[in-house]
Each structure stands twice: as structure tokens, then as C-alpha cells.
Design a protein around this ligand. Structure first.
Ligand SMILES: [Zn+2]
Length: 157
């Protein structure tokens, strides 16, 4: 979960500090795309009431669950061969790229790949072209110099 300091961290929706006075929930850093409508929730603590009244609250909750599922050790299975990836250094996983399901890139959200299987991944080209187009269209944003999508493309290439 996000690291939340009660009395210091603020809710991204109402900007009030998070404390015991009002229930809130934490989100893992599930996306690196600063331009996504859900980015505000990534790695944040959010009041439950604020979340439920926010237009993207339901979608944020859906991704909170998807991310939680994807991270369970028993779900660390390679999309290519269906086998649990035993060694952490073989895991290729980048969380959510886009919450817009109409994007071709969306089908690669929470992808889990064993590095050793990349050579026989049938969607390899599809991922690279979807990712490259997404970048070129300016739909990806980074708050730092680390561009997660570019890193993903480089890893898969
Ligand atoms: Zn709030």
C-alpha cells in the first residue's frame, strides 16, 4: 500500500489530511502513467467517501482490485506459458498502462511475463507497436525522467 502518514498525507480528491477521523483506503502505485485519469489515485490514500462520490472512483476501485490480484504470489504466472515465475529477476511486470479500455495497449495492463519466454511471445510485436503508438500520441506522462512505458518497450524488444 501507499505509505500514508496520518495527519500529514492528504486525500487527492478533497486535499484534507488523512487521519483517524474519517475512513480512507490506500492504493498501491499501480500505474506509472501520469496522464491517466486514475493516476491521482496511484500510491495514494483516499477517503472512502471521497472515492465513492468521485466520477472515476468506481474505476479506481476496479484497478485497486486488479492490481492486488496481479501481485499475489500465486498469480505470478507468465502469460506465455502459464507457469509460476520462480525467480524475481525473470519477472517482467509494469502494472497498468492505461485505464482506457478502447486503447490497444489496455490489453497489456498488468501483464506478467517470464523474461525467458519472450522469444516465443506471440503478442510481442503487438505490444511494441501499441506501446510505441501510445507514446507517440503523447498519451503517456512521466513525473520524473523514468518513463515506465519506454522501459517496458525496451525490455520486450
Ligand atoms: Zn477526501
Amino acid at each position: 500500500m501507499a505509505i500514508i502518514f496520518e495527519g500529514k498525507s492528504t486525500c487527492p480528491i478533497c486535499s484534507q489530511v488523512l487521519d483517524k477521523g474519517k475512513p480512507y483506503m490506500g492504493f498501491l502505485p499501480f500505474t506509472g502513467n501520469a496522464k491517466d485519469i486514475l493516476f491521482m489515485f496511484s500510491d495514494s490514500g483516499v477517503h472512502v467517501d471521497c472515492l465513492h462520490s468521485h466520477p472515476h472512483g468506481a474505476l479506481a476501485l476496479l484497478h485497486r482490485n486488479k492490481c492486488g490480484e496481479a501481485l499475489k504470489p500465486e498469480n505470478r504466472k507468465c502469460w506465455i506459458d502459464g507457469q509460476v515465475i520462480e525467480r524475481r529477476e525473470h519477472v517482467i511486470s509494469f502494472g497498468m498502462f492505461t485505464s482506457d479500455e478502447s486503447e490497444p495497449l489496455a490489453k497489456f495492463n498488468y501483464m506478467m511475463l517470464n523474461r525467458l519466454n519472450l522469444g516465443r511471445w506471440q503478442d510481442r510485436k503487438a505490444f511494441i507497436s501499441a506501446g510505441t503508438e501510445f507514446l507517440q500520441a503523447g498519451k503517456w506522462g512521466s513525473l520524473t525522467e523514468v518513463n515506465v512505458l519506454q522501459i517496458a518497450i525496451n525490455e520486450i524488444k
